[in-house]
Design a protein around this ligand. Structure first.
Ligand code: KIV
Length: 300
């Protein structure tokens, strides 16, 4: 499962240098925003990579936007591996990060490291993402050669503990806690940090205090980069968007219109047309018709 083999059909955006953690650090140093997006399957991952994003995250948001669950909690390691493999087959240039699902790293550091290594070994991920302040886990993963993206603020796997999807870091105590967590995760070896659902002013202070890139979602424009859920960006979520989501396209309308047109054409027998059908050669058709006109031969 090589990540450096290019296809002859790869567009110029993909043939640019492979994104690594060094690329991300260089972008932070040069104040160039890092572009990250989720993807969960081969076709969308290919389009996302070819559009030139820096990081493709196989987020556990797939539980909600692809599998239809109400939270991210039910998705399993096997399901995350399955989708990460599909995305791996598509992504050439971007750094591929896999989210570790709820329950795969909370029980013990050993189990966390074991599960994380499966994402690299069995699915071709280049890094894993975990939620919360897990210092020893980040240290052990880093020591094992597993790059870790940390995730603070609104951490969806803790939805029940947080009492819903609420903006975090609104009190002085919470702000100090977030800053302290971020610095501790950086010191433990995390190569980047996702900041989700926190006030812009807090995200700005955290991002500027860190050497590693801070990538925001619902954390304002002062982070070192941004990430969104692909299905939010494309209007494929069947739910009112969060305040921080910007819709860049309407895939729901596109799909609905295309499928309704297909249904109408089939019902009206205008699909498939003669041109969209396979045909016998003239000779074979003549032979068939001659056979059919022979009285001893049964009709079809
Ligand atoms: O699961 C996910 O998609 C995420 C991003 C929103 C950061 O964690």
């Amino acid at each position: 499962m090589s990540i450096t083999q290019f296809r002859t059909s790869d567009p110029p955006s993909v043939l640019r240098a492979k994104v690594t953690s060094h690329t991300l650090n260089e972008k932070k140093a040069a104040h160039k925003p890092i572009v990250a997006l989720t993807a969960y399957d081969y076709p969308t991952a290919r389009l996302v990579d070819e559009a030139g994003v820096d990081i493709v995250l196989v987020g556990d948001s797939l539980a909600m936007v692809v599998l239809g669950y109400d939270t991210t909690i039910p998705v399993t390691v096997e399901e995350m591996l399955h989708h990460t493999r599909a995305v791996r087959r598509a992504v050439r240039r971007a750094m591929l990060v896999a989210d570790m699902p709820f329950g795969s790293y909370q029980a013990s550091v050993e189990e966390g490291v074991r599960n994380a290594s499966r994402f690299l070994k069995e699915a071709g991920a280049e890094a894993v993402k975990i939620e919360g302040r897990r210092i020893e886990l980040v240290e052990q993963m880093s020591a094992a050669g597993i790059p870790v993206m940390a995730h603070l603020g609104l951490t969806p796997q803790s939805v029940h503990k947080m009492g819903g999807y609420r903006v975090q870091g609104k009190s002085l105590n919470a702000i100090h806690g977030l800053l302290d967590d971020a610095l501790a995760l950086e010191a433990a070896g995390a190569f980047s940090l996702v900041l989700e659902g926190i006030p812009r002013e807090v995200a700005q202070r955290i991002a500027s205090s860190l050497k590693i890139p801070a990538i925001g979602i619902g954390a304002g424009p002062d982070c070192d980069g941004q990430i969104l859920v692909l299905h939010d960006l494309l209007n494929l979520t069947f739910a009112p968007p969060a305040k921080f989501v910007r819709r860049y396209g309407d895939a729901a309308a596109l799909i609905a219109t295309a499928v309704e047109s297909y249904r109408r054409d089939v019902e009206e027998r205008s699909f498939p047309s003669n041109e969209e059908s396979y045909h016998l050669t003239k000779e074979m058709l003549a032979a068939l018709e001659a056979e059919e006109s022979t009285p001893t031969r049964k009709a079809w």
